[in-house]
Design a protein around this ligand. Sequence first.
Ligand code: SF4
Length: 88
Amino acid sequence: MPRYEITIEKDACDGIFACLTRDPRFVEGERGLATIDPDGDPIYDCEGDVTDTAERVVATFDDDRMDEAKQAAAACPTDAIVVKEVDG
Ligand code: SF4
């Protein structure tokens, strides 16, 4: 399984929430901005590490759902989401 990292840049996030409909791990967080909750998916039991700071949310996952995260990134009108594979 690829290990991958999802980043949401809070400066760029506009709270449009197109990402939420593509990948349920994206949820509404503080100040009406998107954040990531590995437990936010009611169907899949996801495990991931999430760091949520003032500037950005960084989440690392080790599963086969990178495509969903990429769809969320593609749907974001402000390009606030970056998904990249990282070394395991
Ligand atoms: S789609 Fe982009 S701008 Fe909208 S909430 Fe998600 S990350 Fe933020």
